[in-house]
Design a protein around this ligand. Structure first.
Ligand SMILES: NC(=O)C1=CN([C@@H]2O[C@H](COP(=O)(O)OP(=O)(O)OC[C@H]3O[C@@H](n4cnc5c(N)ncnc54)[C@H](OP(=O)(O)O)[C@@H]3O)[C@@H](O)[C@H]2O)[C@H](O)CC1
Ligand SMILES: [K+]
Length: 499
């Protein structure tokens, strides 16, 4: 997994690399600019594009100057450089690259003392090298005017490292001017803010350019933030050995559904089965029995009534229980949850209405078995742990609650965030907006419960489950990826990852 760094840690990695490789910082800037141009030429191969490069006078601006020179060398012949001289300060590497750029005969350079000096902007594409990770306050004055004007042009904007005005960590504060980039080409690692919903209005997409910073240094930096990678799943997913049998892969029970919401029980059970549990049982109301038997003949039923579970439940035979999808929050569901928590002492997966019930009866949290996995979406998370103004504070709460409760918390989103009892905070990269449809979460609960039953450590069940859930959704490739389609993709996807 990739360590994700704060802007300050990135600067430290920068200094360490310069010292350990005995190179000049201008060489690192040159490396970064080459890496940017490589991706830029893949994305925008048309050399006749009219490009305007807007530069500040810090190192982000220095990158912009080096990028302008390298683009000229790569054959882009219509380049205009605009330098925002809104401050008397400039960095040494900016000045080095300013001198280098001026040696080019046919490059147009305009220096701006104020935003109104910009004039008409006739370019096809704008490269934003105004401010980068050195941002230390919201934009105001001429910076704000310039960014507001650039946004009003509605042109394709490609940002160097990060859109100007977007903080690198805590996400965007509302009401401040921030450049809206079509693409950001970020150095070495994505910024943490890119992975939070607050960046959505300012960034359509990002790519990461390897600029040669010392990887060991980065991986060993202090801090809880990581990005899951495919390799993390390949390393963990166990190959199914010869002589395996259904008992090898555990028995999972899904406590889900109500007469009107049997779909949730069917989806979560099907996901559990397709993710490889040896045996899957669905604890459902009697009215759902026909639907279960007709659609999922492999899944066994534990029929519950208004009065609760049959007295004969043999709790020991289940390796994992997932509870919540479509359960409802009435008194019957509450007593069902109480019975499960009283009788089952291995880690469980709690989702949807099970979480809502705990939110309203918070003393129950004490009975949740240690190492259990909670899978809230944002609203369920806030119901459980209190309202939050922004995602950064949710991250702080997630880290705190996962460690104090000794549970794994899977906070579902575009980049689902997994908090482990050890204090790690992992972002899952897989998934697509096509999965934004009812039942996706039910599928995830079934998948994680399945991995738990198969014997994976609970936090690893959450890593693998979240990753394959998103990756299966990506494989559907349609405008919408229904949970059923996603579930169908699981066996082949997992085989490819395990082989
Ligand atoms: N390791 C790496 O990732 C590398 C990054 N590179 C590039 O460097 C920038 C970061 O450069 P830096 O010089 O630290 O900062 P900026 O260019 O982003 O900003 C310059 C100065 O602007 C001032 N500032 C900050 N916020 C504001 C604001 N809201 N309004 C006005 N001015 C602002 C601040 O100076 P002060 O004197 O005002 O404090 C900044 O210092 C990174 O993004 C990459 O593009 C390297 O090229 C390669 C290695
Ligand atoms: K920028």
């Amino acid at each position: 997994m990739q360590k994700l760094l704060t802007a300050k840690q990135m600067r430290d990695a920068d200094s360490f690399t310069i010292a350990s490789k005995s190179i000049f910082s201008a060489d690192l800037m040159e490396e970064a600019s080459h890496a940017f141009v490589k991706i830029f030429t893949e994305e925008f191969p048309d050399r006749s594009l009219r490009v305007s490069v807007y530069c500040g006078t810090g190192n982000n601006g220095g990158d912009g100057l080096a990028i302008s020179r390298l683009l000229m060398q790569a054959g882009y012949h219509d380049i205009k450089v605009m330098i925002a001289r809104f401050s008397a300060n400039s960095t040494d590497d900016f000045e080095i690259n300013f001198r280098r750029l001026r040696e080019f005969q046919n490059i147009r350079i305009q220096e701006l003392r104020s935003a109104v000096e910009c004039g008409a902007e006739t370019s096809d594409l704008i490269i934003d090298a105004l401010l980068g990770s050195g941002l230390n306050k919201p934009l105001s004055g001429e910076w704000e005017k310039l960014v507001t004007w650039l946004n009003s042009l509605h042109k394709t904007i490609v940002s160097v490292d990060i859109p100007t005005g977007l903080p690198a960590e805590e996400g965007a504060g509302s009401g401040h001017a921030i450049l809206h980039a079509r693409l950001a080409i970020s150095f070495q690692r994505p910024k943490l803010s890119f992975l939070l919903p607050g960046s959505a209005p300012y960034l359509d997409r990002f790519r990461v350019a390897d600029i040669g910073l010392d990887d060991d240094f980065i991986q060993n930096c202090e801090g809880p933030y990581y990005l899951l990678e495919e390799n993390d799943i390949r390393e963990r997913l166990i190959h199914r050995a010869a002589f395996s049998h259904k008992g090898t892969f555990g028995h999972a029970m899904l406590v889900a559904g109500a007469p009107e919401t049997m779909g949730a029980a069917l989806l979560t059970s099907r996901a559990c089965l397709y993710a490889g549990a040896g045996l899957t049982s669905a604890c459902i109301p009697a009215t759902g029995l026909t639907a279960l038997n007709a659609s999922l003949p492999e899944v066994m039923a534990v029929v519950r009534s208004e009065q609760g579970l049959p007295t004969s439940v043999d709790w020991e035979k289940y390796q994992a229980i997932g509870i919540g999808p479509g359960l409802g929050t009435g008194p019957g569901s509450l007593s069902l949850l109480r019975v499960v928590l009283k009788n089952f002492h291995k880690p469980i997966v709690l989702d949807a209405d099970a979480l809502n019930l705990i939110a309203h009866n918070y003393e129950l949290i004490q009975q949740v078995p240690e190492h259990s996995v909670l899978t809230p979406h944002m609203k369920e998370f806030d119901r459980l742990f209190g309202d939050h103004q922004d995602w950064w504070s949710r991250i702080e709460t997630g880290i705190d609650r996962a460690t104090t409760l000794g549970c794994t918390i899977v906070l579902k989103n575009r980049y689902t965030i997994i908090f482990t009892p050890q204090g790690m905070c992992l972002f899952n990269p897989t998934g697509t907006p096509a999965m934004a449809t009812g039942g996706s979460g039910d599928a995830l609960t079934g998948i994680i419960t399945s991995f738990l039953a198969q014997g994976y450590e609970p936090h690893e069940a959450a890593f693998i489950g979240t990753y394959v859930h998103g990756a299966a959704g990506e494989r559907v490739r349609g405008y919408v990826a229904t949970p059923s389609q996603l579930i169908d993709e699981l066996p082949l996807l997992m085989k490819e990852l395990a082989d």
